[in-house]
Design a protein around this ligand. Structure first.
Ligand SMILES: [Zn+2]
Length: 412
């Protein structure tokens, strides 16, 4: 094991002095509502981040790509997303890293969780504290510390902070893909578990909408003329539910039905939304094939039309040898800093999936330690701000000096 060098010590000690600054950042950032749909809040947040990250270079705010969604009437309509922050530093350096995070949260303006209860012992309860405004703060300060190292010129990086991660990153997927094509490895600042456990393998996810078009009719006078879209979508959901477990780790969650109307009319339209999660790449093709077949079968059975929308927008991230190499490198840095590093497979997905699908080795839970994310009980463990920034800073310094080497990328 490599002990910590004097140059590393200088940068790490600087970080230890940043505790108050970091904590103030997180308190300020979590006081701004930046739900994925709150474009005003996202704009405010993006400008604050732009100022904060200008300490490292010249961050730009890039417009999202166009995103469509199926509405409750079964029509494909454009949805607006926020801008994404992008920063590139030393693109010619021999080692290239992507650091990614998101500024959006799952808590919109209509959610009751707006300010949180604040400090509670060693924790902060605030919306997005762990997921992931704390993580953004870890990323920023790890980079600031890294820049103090004399070998910093050996490593260049791109920072992407998107505004739609919590709604599948459709407006930023192209940007993530593009930055990944120019890098060797990816670091994402999603929260680790409260005890520090990182997410290892991740499942892939697809979000789908079935638009079922039947035929309206008077429910009393001539129901036989109608084709009930609600009955058909219910049947489809029951059939889809049976697919769960057809492959190891394959789950289908029929989640929402919209449509129908007065009880005296046979409903002619139903919109059914569901998600599918898989462990292996091949399982997404398998699931896709099964879903199409079931939709055809149900359409015939009920004499309705079923149009499927959606796709696997995040592919699985299995822990292959190259991924494990990077996890081992993080672990070695942890050992040098007395930070235990372990990992566990997760059913959840994040932008780490996108970066891995583009061919990068990725560790995607380098943010703060915390828990209960996506609920009003979300918390960040305050002392983990410095701790996790030290971990990433040391990793970056060792990548720059070559103590940790990067394997060539797999073709994407
Ligand atoms: Zn997150």
């Amino acid at each position: 094991m490599h002990s910590i060098s004097p140059a590393e010590t200088t940068a790490l000690n600087w970080l230890s002095d940043q505790h108050n600054t970091m904590f103030e950042h997180v308190q300020q950032w979590t006081s701004i509502n930046s739900g994925s749909q709150n474009l005003t809040g996202l704009s405010q947040m993006s400008h604050i981040l732009q100022r904060a990250f200008s300490a490292l270079g010249e961050p730009k705010l890039l417009a999202p790509t166009k995103v469509d969604a199926v509405n409750a009437n079964g029509e494909s309509v454009p949805v607006v997303r926020g801008h994404n922050l992008y920063l590139s530093v030393r693109p010619q350096a021999p080692v290239q890293v992507v650091l990614a995070g998101h500024m959006d949260t799952v808590f919109g303006l209509d959610h009751s969780f707006q300010k949180g209860r604040g400090i509670e012992g060693d924790r902060l309860n605030a919306p997005g504290a762990a997921d992931m405004k704390g993580g953004l703060c870890v990323m920023l300060h790890a980079l600031k510390a890294f820049e103090q190292h004399p070998a910093a010129h050996e490593l260049g990086y791109q920072v992407v902070i998107n505004s739609d991660e919590e709604v599948s990153s459709l407006g930023s997927a192209a940007l993530l893909n593009e930055v990944a094509s120019k890098a060797h490895l990816g670091l994402v600042f999603e929260p680790a578990q409260a005890d520090g456990t990182l997410a290892g393998a991740r499942k892939g996810i697809g979000n789908f909408t079935a638009v079922v078009k039947g035929r309206g009719a008077h429910a009393g006078r001539n129901p036989e003329l109608g084709r009930n879209a609600i009955t058909a979508v219910s049947d489809l959901f029951v059939e889809l539910g049976k697919l769960s477990g057809a492959r190891d780790g394959l789950t289908i969650n029929p989640a929402r039905v919209e449509g129908g109307g007065p009880t005296n009319i046979v409903p002619e339209l139903a919109v059914g939304r569901f998600e599918v999660r898989v462990k292996q790449h091949a399982d997404s093709d398998f699931a896709m094939g099964e879903i199409k077949q079931l939709a055809d079968m149900v359409a015939k059975r009920h004499d309705v039309q079923i149009d499927l929308h959606g796709r696997f927008n995040r592919l699985p991230k299995p822990l292959d040898t190259r991924q494990l190499e990077l996890f081992d490198a993080v672990k070695l840095c942890g050992t040098a800093l007395d930070i235990p590093v372990m990992w566990q497979a997760s059913g959840g997905c994040c932008d780490g999936n996108n970066l891995a699908a583009a061919g990068l080795a990725v560790v995607d839970t380098l943010g703060v330690r915390g828990g209960n994310i996506h609920t009003s009980e979300e918390f960040m463990i305050i002392e983990s701000l410095c701790e996790r920034a030290r971990l990433t800073a040391l990793l970056l310094m060792r990548l720059a000096t070559g103590v940790i080497s990067v394997s060539p990328k797999t073709p994407s």
